[in-house]
Design a protein around this ligand. Structure first.
Ligand code: CTP
Ligand code: MG
Length: 386
């Protein structure tokens, strides 16, 4: 094998302090570790990936790596420090004996193919290659006696990124030789060991997740919007009052249906199912089943909202149009919006309810029934990060 990428995933993520180590947290596109591994396995010049992981994270590792074939080599156990984890991974590759290794932090799931290529190209000329970025913020050096410290010339500094590339035999020997000493990353170890080094430009979007806020920002960036629409019609018949968006409106007729015939919430429920690609209301609550007779439509809406949440989505906004001559919607609009917002667990400002007539035309114009149209947008989001 020519090139193996080592992905270090044996940290505890103390600074991020998430319910699981940050490399196992879910982003909209998948767990952080899954994304990091995929970036390398998809690169045409990378032959295999070797991960270092703590023994107690075996189950999370198994889940995160389910999508991959045997180009993902059996994992190796991490160590107490990043350096130890890297050394273990390098040792695990003895049999494979690749020509080049790329050592990468699992906490950088956004690494792009171009950066991987830059590192590999430069490896033809140097024993060790590091991507770096200029420091763009002003830099201040803290001093013991002065709260603000002293400004520093930032042009003298740069930030180190991964993947860092090495000739396998050289970096393995360097790690073995300096096993007792502590280095921040493989670049500093390689430099200390006297390998010929070069830098290539890093990538600003190759961010390293350090804090929970980094995870949140990444989740935001990966979020996808899904749109759903729903339509429903119910006939008006003898009775007193109609229920729309969970609110009882006075009327001299009533909506006819198997359930409480809340046509507006039925349309909304279908819109949510639609955005999720999860069938429709008739499939989940068949009118042929007696247990849904006279059922409060809130039960249907709650089901759709719960499905959205378990699919990792949150509702962004709801837009409803109700078509009828009577009853008049406007006096009840605020209450209908409030009930809908509460059911959808969103701000009332994210719910629009509009009413229109058909100028007396058609079945709605003749007062034979009510039509409702709903549009909803959902956003994929991260599992809640404390
Ligand atoms: N890492 C590792 N083994 C260790 C420590 C770190 O494999 N003993 C990995 C982490 O999983 C991460 C990368 O090295 O992908 C960079 O380390 P860092 O961002 O410091 O992650 P953690 O050590 O997990 O976080 P913290 O320092 O906040 O505890
Ligand atoms: Mg650390």
């Amino acid at each position: 094998m020519r090139t193996v990428a080592i992905v270090l995933a044996a940290g505890q993520g103390r600074r991020a302090n998430t319910p699981r180590p940050k490399q196992f947290m879910e982003l909209p596109e998948g767990p952080v570790l899954t994304l990091a591994i995929r970036r390398f396995l998809r690169h045409p010049e990378v032959d295999a990936v070797q991960v270092a992981v703590r023994a107690q994270d075996d189950e999370a590792y198994g889940q995160a790596t389910r999508p991959f074939d045997d180009r993902l080599l059996p994992s190796t156990t991490g160590g107490a420090t990043r350096q130890e984890s890297a050394r273990n991974a390098l040792r695990a590759l003895r049999q494979v004996d690749p020509q080049y290794v790329l050592i990468h932090d699992a906490a950088r799931p956004m690494v792009r193919p171009k950066l991987i290529s830059r590192v590999l190209t430069e490896l033809q000329r140097s024993q060790a290659v590091f991507p770096t970025l200029p420091v763009t913020d002003c830099l201040w050096q803290s001093t013991a006696d002065d709260a603000i410290g002293r400004p520093v010339d930032r042009s003298q500094y740069h930030r180190a990124q991964t993947p860092q590339g090495f000739h396998y035999a050289d970096i393995l020997a360097a790690h073995e030789k300096h096993a007792g000493e502590n280095f921040d990353d493989d670049a500093s170890l390689a430099q200390h060991a006297g390998l010929s080094t070069a830098t290539v430009p890093g990538a600003p979007d190759n961010i390293k997740i350090t804090t929970a806020d980094d995870l949140r920002q990444l989740a935001q960036r990966q979020a996808v919007t899904r749109v759903g629409q729903g339509v429903d019609v119910h006939a008006l018949g003898p009775g007193q009052g109609v229920k729309l968006c969970g609110v009882q409106l006075p009327h001299d007729r009533s909506l006819i249906g198997h359930s409480d015939a809340d046509v507006a919430w039925h349309a909304l429920t279908d819109a949510i199912y639609g955005a999720l690609g999860a069938g429709d209301i008739g499939q989940h609550f068949p009118p042929s089943e007696d247990r849904w007779r006279d059922c409060d439509s809130r039960v249907f809406l709650d089901d759709a909202v719960a499905r959205a949440s378990s699919a990792g989505c949150r509702i962004v906004n709801v837009d409803l149009t109700i078509v009828c001559e009577h009853p008049k919607i406007a006096p009840h609009r605020d209450e209908m919006c409030a009930r809908t917002a509460e059911a959808c667990q969103i701000d009332v400002g994210a719910v629009g309810i509009k009413a229109t007539t058909t100028e007396g035309l058609g079945f709605a114009g003749r007062g034979e029934g009510i039509v409702a149209f709903a549009t909803v947008t959902l956003s994929t989001h991260l599992e809640s990060i404390p």
